[in-house]
Design a binder for this molecule. Structure first.
Ligand code: GAR
Length: 203
């Protein structure tokens, strides 16, 4: 059995994507282990989900640090302590600084609930509805220094229905997130893809 990839998962909230990753690991579909789940929100439900599965958790309070860089240095320290190889952003609502990106070159992934490059940032299901797009979806991408701008690994398309609300559209997109995020992680940790310019190509 090849060594399991060591993941560090960064969260800020509910943690349903974390949950789908845990499920995929426990079902043997992902040859990985989660070394640590780090949250910037003390009572994020994601932390509780992790604890239920005996995964190490860590709350790092951004308010404890004078500068953004110091806060992220503390995150980096915790990732290093867990010998983390891949950083998985699962509803982590902060932009990652260059220091961390350089420490994990092309080894940080994010999931975003829209078809990038449309609708980067926050509140994007509402923005998609207001804009009137007929299709939205979700994107897994490598993280660079921009906001949701890194090379795209996988996307899934979700039709926007006439009677959709932010809630119903978000729920249908989330279902696809839970499907494609573990798939993308599998591609990355098993070295099945390569970057050609901005394009992520299957080897
Ligand atoms: C997910 O929809 C994820 O795509 C989004 O936050 C939600 C987290 O849900 N992430 C972003 O908007 C990042 N810009 P979860 O905590 O249940 O996984």
């Amino acid at each position: 059995m090849i060594n399991k990839a060591k993941l560090g998962v960064l969260v800020s909230g509910r943690g349903s994507n974390l949950h789908s990753i845990i499920d995929n690991i426990e079902e043997g579909k992902l040859n990985a282990e989660i070394a640590v789940v780090i949250s910037d929100v003390r009572d994020a439900y994601a932390l509780e989900r992790a604890r239920k599965h005996n995964i190490k958790t860590c709350f790092i309070n951004p308010k404890d640090f004078k500068a953004r860089g110091e806060f992220f240095d503390e995150i980096a320290k915790n990732l290093e302590d867990g010998n983390v190889e891949y950083v998985i952003l699962a509803g982590f609502m902060r932009i990652i600084p260059a220091s961390l990106i350089n420490a994990y070159k092309n080894k940080i992934l994010n999931i975003h609930p829209a078809l990038l490059p449309s609708f980067p940032g926050l509140g994007v299901q509402k923005k998609a509805l207001e804009y009137g797009v007929k299709y939205s979806g979700c994107t897994v991408h490598f993280v660079d220094e921009g906001c949701d701008t890194g090379p795209i690994v996988l996307q899934a398309v979700v039709p926007v229905l006439d009677d959709d609300t932010e809630k119903t559209l978000s729920q249908r997109i989330l279902k696809e997130e839970h499907r494609i995020y573990p798939e993308a992680i599998e591609l990355v940790i098993n070295d099945k893809i390569e970057l050609v310019g901005r394009r992520v190509i299957k080897k």
